[in-house]
Design a protein around this ligand. Structure first.
Ligand code: GDP
Length: 530
């Protein structure tokens, strides 16, 4: 159901999306089933290693150690029916929200998974808000219907009220908990029956000719059929009908009910992603927007990850192709440095195995191994000086000083910190006066991860210490005004890893004062990645 008939078919069939959910709702299980349907893995259970490595620090470090798994699981591609799906993983922990935000700049849609017994949970809401900032189409999967869950109407109401989005049922559950037998597919007039005996078995589909079809009664026990028909009637009266444009605009979400662990409802959801995906969308850039069907290749880096082998400082830059048809070996221009780069060993993430990418199309995610040239926000083109926009850097919410355990190793520490800053793992600031560095993060866990990684990957024990500052703001304004301001406020000034001037304080009052006293200066909590 593409609304862009002019797109080359290879681009039109691509669906690049992310899953957003609260921990435990079933994201990992659903991912496994996607891959199972996509024929990408033989047995479900293979992405588990990563899925469980999430909440505690030690688990996270283990995941970091098993970088192979986490790198390849950052983006996964698989085919199902006519579509090529690119699933981009969002980091599970709430401390990594900036990373999540940037990941969501690389997708065209999001699947929101909720637990049928728990409804909309805190992390779901946060992630949803991020999707809304970008008007991403959102498809909802209500999971764990095989267990006691809330009433269907209650779930729908909660989403509508809590997230202020219209909800239209794409399927409707029949029975609940132990009585749950399956769903009626409202989009295709099919009855889908769940097989409880074999969790990996694809559900049985029965074509039904509308809700009056006597075939319904053959498959649905009478005590479930009656309430089901009543509910459907009510749903049709009370809930908005499917409006494809509203789904694409992000103001309406279709909801499917299912049970990921029983492989139930997953196929319908995949078909839904195919139908409402949508196909690769234009990318905002300066001086002009990039359209996916342009014949010239372009793309942008939305994530950088240290490579599997800690002895080599190799990294993989995750690039979302914004346009064109990419072939291995192509020379692209790295717009920030204006240098050509031969992309000779790009990686495509086919499920759990990494594969060399021979070709890729707009919408695909490729990994480019490099030695640090590629940073988050960088644009690659076939020569045109385009700069993808909308990939922000947020002011950190927590600041700490950091020193090398061994003062002789200060230079080493600087190098390590700069690399982490470029990877997006932390913000690093060099104070104008004094020695040492200030590290800024969004969540406490990131300090611990950072400390462990510096020690593991660089052999440098580090000490974190309380910082006198609690807020950091980028200083924007005419160059000489910024310089003058910096000279007059040296105690408060640091430079970030791009050399941009940052004002630090612990008082909101200071920020207000600066804005009053220096009309040419603005203090900002975000900056565009350059
Ligand atoms: P994640 O934290 O969102 O990745 O959630 P997981 O996929 O790891 O699932 C969390 C727990 O819920 C695991 O124990 C799963 O086995 C279980 N689970 C997932 N899907 C279902 C389902 O459809 N029904 C039931 N009963 N349990 C499920």
């Amino acid at each position: 159901m593409t609304n862009r008939p002019d797109l080359p078919p290879e681009i039109a069939r691509r669906r690049t999306f992310a899953i957003i959910s609260h921990p435990d709702a079933g994201k990992t299980t659903l991912t496994e089933k996607f891959l199972l349907y996509g024929g990408a893995i033989q047995m479900a259970g293979q992405v588990r290693a990563k899925g469980e490595a999430r909440r505690t620090r030690s688990d996270f470090m283990q995941m970091e150690k098993d970088r192979g798994i986490s790198v390849s699981a950052s983006a996964m591609s698989f085919d199902y029916k006519d579509f090529r799906y690119n699933l981009v993983d969002t980091p599970g922990h709430s401390d990594f929200s900036e990373d999540t935000y940037r990941t969501l700049t690389a997708v065209d849609a999001a699947v929101m998974v909720i637990d049928g017994a728990k409804g909309v949970e805190s992390q779901t809401r946060k992630l949803f808000e991020v999707c809304r900032l970008r008007d991403l189409p959102i498809l909802t999967f209500c999971n764990k219907m095989d267990r006691e869950s809330r009433e269907t109407f209650e779930i729908v109401d909660e989403i509508q009220e809590n997230l202020a989005i219209d909800v239209t049922p794409a399927s409707w559950p029949i029975g609940m908990g132990r009585d749950f037998i399956g769903c009626y597919d409202l989009l295709r007039d099919r009855l889908e029956l769940m097989d409880r005996a074999d969790r990996n078995k694809v559900a049985e589909s029965i074509e039904i000719n509308g809700l009056d079809d006597p075939k319904l009664a053959e498959h649905v026990p009478a005590h479930l059929l009656e309430p089901f028909l009543e509910e459907i009637e009510m749903a049709r009266e009370l809930l908005p009908p499917l409006d494809v444009q509203a789904v694409l605009d992000g103001t309406m979400t279709p909801i499917w009910f299912g049970s990921a662990i029983n492989s139930f409802g997953v196929k319908e959801l995949m078909e839904g992603i195919g139908d409402f995906g949508p196909e690769p969308q234009p990318t905002s850039a300066t001086p002009r927007q990039i359209s996916p069907e342009e014949t010239k290749v372009s793309g942008f880096v939305f994530k950088v990850q240290a490579n599997m082998d800690p002895k080599h400082r190799d990294r993989v830059a995750f690039v979302r192709l914004a346009s064109g048809h990419f072939n291995r070996g192509m020379k692209l221009t790295h717009v920030r440095t204006k240098k050509p780069m031969a992309i000779s060993n790009p990686v495509l993430f086919l499920a759990s195995d990494r594969e060399l990418a021979e070709e890729a199309w707009a919408g695909d995610i490729i990994g480019i191994p490099n030695h640090g040239q590629l940073r988050i926000g960088d644009t690659l083109t076939e020569g045109e000086a385009l700069k993808v926009t909308g990939i922000p850097s947020f002011a950190p919410e927590l600041l700490q000083g950091v020193r090398a355990g061994d003062p002789m190793k200060a230079k080493h520490l600087e190098k390590a910190l700069m690399q982490f800053a470029e990877e997006g793992a932390a913000k690093v600031f060099k104070p104008m006066i004094g020695s040492g560095f200030i590290v800024g993060v969004v969540g406490q866990l990131q300090f611990e991860v950072l400390g462990s990684r510096i020690e593991m990957e660089y052999g440098l024990p580090v000490r974190f210490e309380a910082s006198q500052f609690t807020s950091a703001r980028w200083v924007h304004g005419p160059k000489d005004a910024v310089e003058k301001f910096a000279q007059a406020n040296k105690q408060h000034i640091s430079y970030d890893n791009d050399g941009d001037v940052v004002y630090m304080t612990r008082l909101q009052w200071d920020i207000d004062r600066v804005e009053r006293d220096y009309p040419e200066i603005t203090l900002s909590a975000t900056k565009e990645m350059m």
